[in-house]
Design a binder for this molecule. Structure first.
Ligand code: GLV
Ligand code: MN
Ligand code: MN
Length: 416
């Protein structure tokens, strides 16, 4: 297969990875960290990496690392990568597309009998979404040495700790520090990724270069009221935890709607207890995800939402506890690498406009560690975190062409 076709095959491989045994759900794509479908996907991808002549290893955070040596064995690497975990009921490109395109790039280089002056690595992180444990990006956090933020005692819905899940996956959580890379071993990190928004499609562009990634807060908010009989408790004598949570959902929506255009707030999970049709909910728990392109806007949105929640709880006579589960500040991409990606895109006949990423990415972790950039691939209708997520094989071919041109312009910049 020539270069034409490898990009399209990257797209097809994402679809292959969207079904059992690569999904927890026979009718939808759900692949969360350290589950049998995660193992199956890693094994399949490792097989594809080996076919291209890459050596394979798996670190103690269950990140798959493939490596193609350059002309000088043991040299620092240009690292491509993304994640292979998914949200629940996901589309099949968010994450795997970046890994599959990187693989296509290495395959094209190897097939041409070429060796760049540096190594090329592909990393497939397993925990970008945070769908299983409370925090996200544990694998890339460990990779860059943010070990204090990797809480091995966090639990999934079934009560399994991250440490136990790593052990069951065949990893050794007591050796998590070994995951952290030597800074000098990474020349740069480039993450190709489906855009997950409508900007490129609206601009009529197949590809884009990310300038920065929006900052995020993740909150868990617990309301404690009083459970009671649904038939006998007059409305004015109730302390309904779910009704308070419902008001908080609408307050978050209103604050984000009335705030700056880049401020967004989402309640994605709601739970009420005891959970019976004839019992007033005594407890309710919601998650709130707050994001903006800059941290001051994000933090002001958070301040207003937390103040509104405190006011709602007071008015309704329920107790409330707000836990700030995760703080991901906005991340700027490396200006020099952005320029090289644009130059590579121009070489390949694409304009590749600049855009801000509203979605979070492992590149946020890498940005403080090594020069980091992202190449976005156009997304049909801007739909993502949804099974209808879609890219075209033609756009994947274009992305592959740009990645190959990027390796050349990056190599031309390296000192002899
Ligand atoms: C991941 O896709 C996120 O933006 O939360
Ligand atoms: Mn995602
Ligand atoms: Mn993603």
């Amino acid at each position: 297969m020539g270069v034409i076709g490898l990009g399209a095959r990257a797209e097809a491989r994402c679809r292959e990875l969207s079904r059992p045994p690569y999904s927890e759900d026979p009718n939808a794509l759900t692949r969360t960290y350290l589950t049998p479908p995660h193992r199956a996907a890693m094994d399949r991808i490792a097989g594809w990496m080996r076919e291209t002549g890459m050596s394979i290893r798996e670190d103690e955070a269950a990140t798959l690392v493939g490596r193609l040596e350059g002309t000088k064995p043991g040299s620092p690497a240009l690292v491509f990568g993304s994640h292979i975990d998914s949200v629940r009921d996901a589309g099949c490109y968010d994450g795997p597309l970046g890994v599959m395109l990187a693989l296509a790039c290495v395959e094209a280089i190897a097939a041409a009998g070429r060796r760049p002056p540096f190594a090329i690595e592909i990393v497939a992180f397993g925990d970008e979404e945070g769908s299983r444990f409370q925090t996200s990006m544990n694998a890339s956090r460990a990779f860059v040495g943010r070990l204090a933020e990797v809480k091995l005692d966090v639990r999934d819905r079934d009560g399994t700790t991250l440490a136990d899940a790593l052990t069951a996956f065949g990893r050794d959580p007591t050796r998590i520090a070994s995951v952290t890379r030597e800074r000098s071993s990474v020349l740069a990190f480039v993450e190709p990724h489906i855009e997950q928004g409508p900007v490129l499609e609206t601009a009529g562009a197949a590809l884009g270069v990310v300038t920065s990634i929006a900052g995020q807060w993740r909150l868990k908010v617990r309301f404690a009221g009083r459970a009671g009989h649904a038939g006998t408790t007059p409305m004015h004598l109730r302390a309904d935890a779910l009704a308070a949570a419902a008001e908080a959902v609408l307050a978050a929506e209103r604050i984000a709607t009335e705030g700056p255009a880049d401020l967004v707030a989402t309640v994605g999970q709601v739970a009420a207890k005891p959970g019976a049709p004839n019992v007033i909910p005594g407890h309710a728990e919601i998650t709130i995800d707050v994001r903006a392109g800059t941290d001051p806007v994000r933090d002001e949105g958070l301040r207003q939402i937390e103040a509104a929640i405190a006011e709602i709880a007071m008015q309704r006579g329920v107790k409330v506890e707000v836990e700030r589960v995760q703080n991901l500040p906005a991340a700027r991409m490396d200006a020099r690498l952005q320029g090289l990606l644009k130059r590579a895109a121009e070489k390949f006949g694409h304009a590749a406009p600049e855009l801000v990423s509203g979605a979070g990415h492992d590149a946020m972790m890498l940005a403080d560690f090594a020069p980091t950039a992202m190449l976005f691939i156009r997304c049909a209708g801007g739909i993502s975190h949804n099974p209808a997520e879609s890219v075209t094989p033609e756009d994947c071919e274009a992305a592959l062409g740009v990645l190959l041109a990027f390796v050349d312009v990056f190599a031309a910049e390296q000192p002899e």
